[in-house]
Design a protein around this ligand. Structure first.
Ligand SMILES: Nc1ncnc2c1ncn2[C@@H]1O[C@H](COP(=O)(O)OP(=O)(O)OP(=O)(O)O)[C@@H](O)[C@H]1O
Ligand code: SF4
Ligand SMILES: [Mg+2]
Length: 327
């Protein structure tokens, strides 16, 4: 038995245009071990959500489609699985909290029924499901679960809706939870409460988690490993402490430089990575980061750097090693 829970290899996702597939996510490979907490970080549009939606088998097809690659979860290839079998895995073994809870909660259904439905769809008898729903709501810190179960999603605040989503995602005790920016729409205090809640539930349930975020600062305290995406590719993948101490990709170095330093009281302006990421369907030749990169050399315009091993569990895709970077 290996320790690997999720293994993504050479994943390509694209938009179907007439007969050809226009790639958006290209050749993405990474692993998540059992009980591991991993972060996927990158600017808006870098392909974080699409990558994890395809793991869930929930890519909006058409116009999007998986063009190639393998997604193995608990030793099965999900890309080859029939929808009926995939449905059995989804929700029970593999679960996702979405960016906007209103898109995944049905506005016309009481929240209790929605959580019960997750269970009855997986064969839990209705009476059991009702009891377990009340327990699940109490477990995520919702007061008066009986009354809450009878309410509709619009009757809750954003933070409470996220708690309902978390209850629904965890009710069948999945092995992997994918949390897609579950707090961006919330104010800072509620954000902190939700992050702390998910982290403690993750530890308690012994599940693996993938946090998707554009904020490296938020995820740093929550994960053991960070995967950095840029323009639809993985550009760095490293243990969190290693990544903070010695980034191997200039884009990661730029993300780190733009984080506020907690020990710095002067609050000077933060460094920003100049420029904007390329349109994922129209990436320049060579390295996709080269138009914004201070370290670029001639070779960067000609060839795409492959993701290579950098030691101590790190991988990065860059032609120029950190010791040769100009400051
Ligand atoms: N249904 C769609 N049809 C065509 N293109 C799409 C579709 N959904 C997403 N895309 C494109 O795919 C790219 C990657 O999208 P994705 O949602 O994965 O980004 P993301 O990294 O999650 O960004 P964000 O941080 O804003 O959530 C984006 O540039 C987006 O325009
Ligand atoms: S390959 Fe070149 S352009 Fe790309 S990140 Fe490295 S130095 Fe910059
Ligand atoms: Mg997203």
């Amino acid at each position: 038995m290996t320790d690997t829970l999720l293994s993504v290899r050479g994943l390509t996702i694209g938009v179907q245009r007439r007969r050809s597939l226009q790639p958006i996510v290209r050749d993405v490979s990474f692993d998540v071990r059992k009980r591991e907490a991993v972060g996927i970080v990158g600017e808006s549009g870098s392909g974080k959500t699409l990558t994890m939606l395809s793991v869930m088998g929930l890519l909006p097809t058409p116009p999007l489609r998986v063009g190639g690659g393998e997604i193995r979860f608990a030793d099965r290839d999900l890309t080859q699985m029939r929808e009926r079998d995939l449905r059995r895995v989804r929700g029970a073994e593999l679960s996702m909290i979405y960016q906007d809870p209103m898109t995944s909660l049905n506005p016309l259904m009481r929240v209790g029924e929605q959580i019960e439905e997750v269970m009855t769809a997986h064969g839990v008898p209705k009476d059991d499901a009702r009891v377990r729903t009340r327990e699940a709501l109490a477990h995520v810190g919702i007061p008066d679960p009986d009354r809450t179960a009878r309410a509709f999603p619009h009757q809750f605040s954003g933070g409470m809706r996220q708690r309902v989503m978390i209850a629904a995602a965890l009710v069948l005790d999945p092995q992997l939870l994918i949390a897609d920016e579950p707090t961006t729409a919330l104010d800072v205090t509620i954000q902190q409460q939700i992050l702390a809640l998910v982290r403690s539930l993750q530890r308690e349930h012994g599940m693996a988690i993938v946090w998707i975020t554009h904020d490296l600062g938020v995820v740093a305290r929550l994960v053991e490993r960070v995967i950095v995406m840029y323009a639809g590719r993985v550009v760095e993948d490293a243990p969190t402490r290693r990544l903070f101490r010695r980034p191997e990709h200039p884009y990661t170095a730029g993300l780190l430089a733009s984080l506020p330093d907690p020990s710095d009281r002067s609050r000077g302006p933060l460094a920003q990575i100049p420029g904007t990421p390329p349109d994922p369907t129209d990436v320049p030749t060579g390295c996709p980061f080269r138009t914004r990169c201070r370290q670029a050399v001639e070779r960067c315009a000609l060839e795409m750097p492959p993701l290579t091993d950098r030691g101590k569990g790190a991988r990065a895709a860059c032609w120029v090693p950190p010791e040769e970077w100009v400051s």
